[in-house]
Design a protein. Structure first.
Length: 180
């Protein structure tokens, strides 16, 4: 279990427990209009809460580039969320705009996370190779794109879980050696 500490406080060499503040952003025209239930966001929230993360923001917005960018910027720059998980908008359709929004928001990519998700998904479906999902960092916030399907959210998050805590610990200032 993750214990509470003040978020964004730099850590020393010793391992400190983290309180991770997370946000879940579902990108779906239909769900934002109430034409479809949001199962993906629910699964993401349940998964993150089971890991001990505090899901403090959860929204559904349309696949609109400017709205995606604005929400991500607000959640990082103003609300200081440590982790943002998006669901949807990572494919090839004209309304799949999440990667374009990420390019405008992040400071740098964390390609290994997206590669790991695609590699695991390719074992289940050849459609994984058309995913444009990204993972990246803005300031000290980690932003991860997941597919829009509930099954895709569950499977892809399970791939990231073993490295997620360590990645967030490093972003929040842990200076201990990684090879311990």
């Amino acid at each position: 279990m993750i214990r509470v500490r003040s978020a964004r406080r730099p850590m020393g060499k010793e391992r400190m427990d983290l309180q991770i503040r997370a946000g879940i952003l579902v990108l779906s025209d239909k769900a934002s209009r109430g034409e479809r239930a949001d199962e993906s966001g629910r699964i993401a929230a349940e998964t993150l809460e089971a890991l001990g993360f505090s899901v403090s923001r959860r929204e559904i917005i349309p696949d609109d580039l400017e709205q995606i960018v604005e929400t991500l910027l607000r959640w990082v720059d103003k609300e200081g969320l440590d982790l943002i998980v998006t669901s949807g908008g990572t494919g090839l359709s004209p309304r799949d705009l999440t990667p374009q929004a990420m390019e405008r928001v992040i400071d740098y990519q964390v390609p290994g996370m997206a590669e790991a998700m695609r590699a695991a998904s390719l074992k289940k479906t050849p459609h994984a190779m058309i995913s444009r999902a990204m993972a990246g960092v803005r300031k000290s916030s980690l932003i991860i794109n997941l597919p829009g399907s509930p099954r895709g959210v569950k499977e892809n998050l399970s791939v990231l879980v073993p490295a997620l805590r360590h990645a967030l610990s490093k972003l929040l200032g842990d200076t201990s050696d990684c090879a311990t």
